[in-house]
Design a protein around this ligand. Structure first.
Ligand code: ATP
Ligand code: MG
Length: 342
């Protein structure tokens, strides 16, 4: 039997994960779930433990994790979220962050021109390097001459493998996004690895954009994109743009992957949303679509497609939460999707 570790986490995390599990149950796949509901900000506040060694072992042996959200305004800047999310990302070497954006219903697009609304693309974000690795420091702290430094690291190994993944999931084309005109060293390495990756995949169309042009073009005509591959920080930003073009943060799903090792962490893109936690109105679609990505990863792509189809039907019929123009609470929205699966 396939075991999946489940970390509901904080805020709306447990609310949306409950619905993802309900929808998965409705498929009758016989998955078994190892629920780690002690990993949360409450326990961290009580004990100072973000994630225990035993929990880390349970997660790494399951090899697949479905995660709700980690974060709480009361424990900001304590290292809590870093010690859960970033630890999982680095210890499991989850170098790919795969973020699809598919418009669920025409009414959800913020764009005027109907011919350019149907976004269906994937942002492949490098997940273990770049400007987010927390390397750097402050010189002459507190003085008028203070200097803050964040190192932005790219390695040939890291860039090549994420570009390879992008080509492996492309249906039509890959667009590489960097800022090599202004960030010469890292940009130069991305350009070299890009040239190699393109010549290794002559069958797919490929293009390059600077990140500012990519942001503009995404708004102008998102239908032009299939796979966008880029570094950690540009991927963070561009995937927020694509999530808005596809229906909003509540619908965005992600997979953190190490494809060679068959390890994956699947989570909605949104955070713990403390402003609406406990109200029963959080949108479960991002969590359900993350579960669908997990099914793809488990080799159950047909069932993943069934979940995506069910979400689309429920949302089109406005059987969804208020952020998507519906009137249902989280549980009823989850039940509406589960009913479409059957
Ligand atoms: P964190 O620090 O954990 O990232 P956050 O404060 O950044 O949390 P987000 O979760 O990123 O909060 O949410 C940003 C905004 O989007 C909030 O106004 C929130 O209510 C809204 N939002 C997030 N997730 C959902 C959801 N599932 N359904 C509806 N609205 C959501
Ligand atoms: Mg956030």
């Amino acid at each position: 039997m396939t075991t999946v570790a489940v970390v509901p986490g904080d805020g709306v995390g447990p609310e949306v994960i409950d619905q993802a599990l309900r929808v998965l149950d409705s498929l009758g796949l016989g998955l078994s779930f190892d629920v780690l509901d002690q990993i949360n900000a409450e326990r961290f506040r009580r004990t100072g433990v973000a994630m225990s060694h035993e929990e880390m072992v349970r997660i790494s042996s399951a090899r697949r994790v479905l995660l709700g959200a980690i974060g709480d305004p009361r424990v900001q800047q304590t290292g809590y979220a870093r010690n859960v999310l970033l630890r999982l990302r680095f210890e499991l070497d989850l170098y790919v962050n795969h973020r699809p954006a598919v418009l669920l219903d025409d009414r959800l697009s913020p764009l005027r021109d109907p011919a350019r609304r149907s976004i269906d693309c994937v942002v492949v974000r490098e997940n273990t390097e770049g400007a987010y690795i927390g390397s750097g420091g402050v010189l002459r702290s507190g003085t008028p001459q203070e200097i803050a430094i964040d190192n932005d690291i790219s390695t040939r190994h890291g860039v090549s493998r994420v570009l390879g993944y992008a080509f492996s999931v492309a249906r039509r084309s890959v667009c590489m996004v960097d800022k090599s005109n202004a960030v010469p060293f890292g940009g130069g390495l991305w350009q070299q690895c890009w040239a190699d990756a393109r010549s290794a995949h002559p069958g797919l169309a490929s293009s390059h954009l600077y990140v500012d042009a990519a942001a503009m073009k995404l708004i102008q005509d998102p239908t032009a994109f299939d796979v966008i591959v880029t570094n950690n920080s540009y991927g963070d930003i561009l995937s927020d743009v694509t999530s808005q073009l596809a229906g909003g943060l509540g619908t965005a799903a992600s997979a953190n992957l190490n494809p060679e090792q068959g390890v994956g962490l699947f989570e909605p893109v949104h955070g713990s949303a403390p402003d609406i936690a406990g109200q029963g109105i959080a949108n479960p679609v991002g969590a359900v679509l993350s579960a669908a990505l997990m099914l793809d990863h488990l080799g159950r792509g047909a069932e993943g497609d069934a979940l995506r189809g069910a979400v689309r039907k429920a949302v089109s019929a406005r059987r969804c939460t208020p952020d998507l123009g519906g009137q249902l609470g989280t549980e009823d929205a989850g039940a509406a999707i589960a009913a479409e699966v059957q």
